[in-house]
Design a protein around this ligand. Sequence first.
Ligand code: NAP
Length: 326
Amino acid sequence: MSKNKVLVVGGTGYLGQHLLQAFYADGNGISPYDLAFTHHSNLPPKPLLDSIPRSLAFQLDLKTGNGFEAISNAFGQPVVVVNCAAVSVPRACEIDPAAAHAINVPSSLVQWLQSFKEKNTLLIHLSTDQVYEGEKSFYKEDDIVVPVNVYGKTKVAAEQFISDNCSNYAILRSSIIYGLQTVSPVPKSLPIQASVEYWIDGALAKGEKVEFFHDEFRCPIYVKDLVNIILALTNQWISEGKQIQLLLNTGGPDRLSRVQMAEAVAQFRGYDTSIIKSVSASSVDRGVKSPPDISMDITRLVQTLRINPVSFKDGVGLTLTAEAKQ
Ligand SMILES: NC(=O)c1ccc[n+]([C@@H]2O[C@H](COP(=O)([O-])OP(=O)(O)OC[C@H]3O[C@@H](n4cnc5c(N)ncnc54)[C@H](OP(=O)(O)O)[C@@H]3O)[C@@H](O)[C@H]2O)c1
């Protein structure tokens, strides 16, 4: 029996790897999907390939569209495409705005989907909370978007492009994603672990104070919750076959500053929280403008998918407990 084909674009990134493993494990050992994923700058990592046997890997450049033909020939039209590929580091977008725009606005991907006779692929696209200006708390999806940096601008352009050109899509405005490291470790520092290993542990060892921002607010989301949101949308499309046009804030339930995030980690570890020094974000030049408060209202997510993301405190506990068992 043929299985539903799912393609993860950007499958080698942080979210992409978590997602591939979840799609693979969704059927208790026998994946209910035919899986494929794309990689860009490097060969697909062996630990990832070993963890999702029989999946197909394709090299793809979203900038040029090179690679889509090979996917059509060897894999065919997917039922669901999840686009996790992006220049996801805001500072990198400031350095090369043209490249950021060409990759983050997935025009080659949308054109490829439009080339199929049957327009029945669901596109799940990852956007960001950085589409919001950051001047108030708990943004709703219908609030005006005013991105303050190139990253946010490319993501707004991507949302517009998708809603103008696709009839079956879900756009997920994600907050900071945190959780376990991936099966093939990604090079960037992870929000919780970086704090523990570098900031908090390092500072404890040295007996020094460490600085965190008190005036930037986010609603971090536990990676498994984001994965479950994507699985739920996939299953909804496959089982109901009703076209989707959805824009969702995908964050956790808590509005937190970096100080509060560090305190949650320190409390779980049993560290002395007095080493956490509260500073203003304006005290550091990060080479990119960062919106102060882009906390999000997730009512639509909870009501539409009946998924309640875990609190940051619980997500920290789940992450660090799972990490200790590895
Ligand atoms: N992580 C977060 O906290 C966070 C927060 C909000 C929103 N998001 C959004 O969520 C999505 C996933 O984030 P992530 O952290 O998993 O990203 P990531 O780890 O940076 O992964 C990015 C992926 O994009 C691929 N890629 C880069 N350039 C490409 C190109 N020219 N053509 C095709 N693929 C290319 C990379 O492939 P190679 O590695 O093989 O080059 C990698 O697989 C992104 O859209 C990001 O903007 C992330």
